[in-house]
Design a protein around this ligand. Structure first.
Ligand SMILES: C[S@@+](CC[C@H](N)C(=O)[O-])C[C@H]1O[C@@H](n2cnc3c(N)ncnc32)[C@H](O)[C@@H]1O
Ligand code: SF4
Length: 492
């Protein structure tokens, strides 16, 4: 049990998640009164106080009858390249807690005090202020407590993304289309999607509602310039090729085929990829597709509920290359049940043989709402060191395949507190992935579970989510368009 007592501040959320980085499974209780601590378990005391007119933070730990006093941090000594007083104070409080927890924990926290999903954004903000790389690294390591490798990775990725983000253009937007059908439910997945076997007779109606929404978005965005289109899910190729064809053609009709700079279809599951499907996509000038192995270990594929084999992945890949797709992405997950370093090396060797243009390496996240969360006790998941080794091997193989990291994001329940990284060969980066992660342009979302993100003045983002249930989505498309219209209104 970990007791937390806060004085002078209420960064409850941040403290909770920072403590979870060091002790993922620990139960946490916040004490309203310091005297409620009776000496059992561990007490983390976080105090924000004033002395001689200056603000300080300090964190002490009480464990097994011993006090581990932390050092005081003066807020005026913190330089995070931002003036916001609250951001500095929060940073200072978190630094003292991080240092206190690190001093007694066996676990490491490679991402330091950063909790956010989009850490590269910090680098963009600092680059926007024209700070030198050396200064940015100092801030990341000194004030955010990142380890050197993560700090270098962030700066490297941020700089690689700049040419795709800048100059910023308020009129530019991208379009995300959700096709929420899948051949089967993977145990770790929490994305909004339904099994195609049960919902097959709803596909036509879904397609028509979706097209109606796409047309509505076309009207709302008249006068704006479309940048990229991404059809994801779910598994877009789980529906019949003719239906997906209609959807893609509606996009062209509304936005103009030549206006779209990049068009991706996440084919995803190899068991949905047929020659007919690929020919249809190619005929529609789809430049980028994903064929996702997750792992090339057939036993693991069975265990995670993916009803395809590693051979299906290879077959689909060679077929796509024969048909002439320029950019193929492959998704992997590090930390799948019973997998370790050797397993990911086997997977990476097979992928190196295929030589795709992009590789996206996710770290397993035990998401709320996934079957995995409910049945986790049955599986053996690698510890922090194993996952770190797996990620290092992925980085090595990406390098051998001539790929560089170009986007990165983190998730809450991610194993070992690591990250997801997209690698790409030079010039083959998926611009949509950068746009969705860095939030420097508006993204309009169509379909069940899709989220629109409107870029407001001052680089703020307004989320306008669609319904996550099929029934609600189908019945309320006009209402969703109305919400988008309101969301696009900067006055509101
Ligand atoms: C939207 S999902 C769908 C892609 C496609 N339907 C498929 O499964 O191949 C995109 C990617 O997120 C990753 N992913 C999904 N759930 C995850 C989880 N719980 N932990 C880590 N990665 C996950 C997988 O690598 C997956 O390919
Ligand atoms: S991981 Fe992909 S195929 Fe599996 S359930 Fe999720 S969206 Fe569907």
């Amino acid at each position: 049990m970990l007791y937390i007592y806060m004085e002078g501040h209420d960064f409850r959320y941040d403290l909770f998640h920072l403590a979870k980085v060091f002790w993922p499974d620990i139960e946490i209780v916040f004490l309203e009164d310091r005297d409620e601590y009776r000496g059992e378990g561990c007490l983390l005391e976080s105090i924000l106080y004033e002395e001689d007119g200056e603000a300080y933070a300090r964190a002490n730990i009480y464990l097994d009858g011993h006090c581990h006093p932390g050092q005081s941090k003066r807020m005026d000594d913190i330089d995070i390249g931002r003036d916001s007083g609250i951001a500095i104070i929060k940073n200072g409080v978190k630094q003292t807690i991080y240092d206190a927890l690190l001093s007694i924990s066996a676990r490491r926290a490679p991402w330091g005090i950063l909790m956010g999903i989009r850490p590269v954004k910090i680098v963009h903000d600092l680059l926007d202020k024209r700070l030198a790389d050396k200064r940015i690294l100092e801030i990341l390591i000194g004030e955010y407590r990142l380890d050197l490798r993560k700090a270098n990775l962030l700066v490297d990725i941020g700089k690689r993304q700049r040419k795709y983000i800048y100059p910023m253009d308020d009129d530019r937007f991208s379009l995300y289309i959700s096709i929420p059908f899948c051949p089967s439910r993977c145990i770790y997945c929490s994305f909004p999607s339904v099994p195609i076997s049960r919902y097959a007779d709803m596909v036509t109606e879904y397609r028509d509602r979706l097209i109606r929404e796409i047309e509505g978005i076309g009207k709302l965005m008249a006068g704006h310039r479309i940048n990229t289109v991404y059809i994801g899910g779910g598994t877009p190729t789980a529906i019949p090729a003719a239906d997906l064809d209609r959807i893609i053609r509606s996009v062209y009709k509304v936005f103009g085929r030549k206006s779209i700079g990049e068009f991706t279809v996440e084919a995803g599951r190899p068991d949905t990829i047929t020659r007919e499907m690929l020919n249809m996509l190619k005929g529609n000038d789809i430049g980028r597709i994903s064929i996702n192995p997750q792992t090339m270990n057939d036993d693991t594929l069975k265990a995670i509920g993916r009803y395809h084999s590693s051979m299906d992945t290879e077959r689909a890949y060679y077929l796509a290359k024969e048909i002439g797709f320029d950019v193929i992405n492959m998704d992997l997950i590090a930390g799948l049940p019973s997998e370790g370093r050797k397993d990911i090396i086997n997977t990476l060797m097979a992928i190196e043989e295929l030589n795709p243009e992009n590789l996206t390496v996710h770290t397993l996240a035990v998401k709320r709402g996934s079957k995995f969360e409910r049945t986790m006790d049955r599986y053996r998941i690698g510890g922090q060191e194993t996952i770190e080794e797996m990620l290092e091997e992925s980085a090595n193989y990406a390098y051998r395949m001539d790929m560089k990291p170009y986007y990165l994001y983190r998730q809450k329940q991610i194993a070992g507190n690591f990250e997801n990284i997209g690698y790409s060969k030079e010039g083959m980066e998926c611009i949509y992935n950068i746009a969705i992660m860095e939030e420097r342009e508006t993204i309009m979302g169509a379909g069940m579970g899709a989220v629109s993100k409107v870029l407001l003045p001052g680089k703020r983002i307004r989320r306008v989510p669609n319904f996550k249930s099929m029934e609600e989505y189908m019945g309320r498309v006009d209402e969703l368009l109305e919400r988008k219209r309101a969301g696009l209104n900067f006055e509101g």
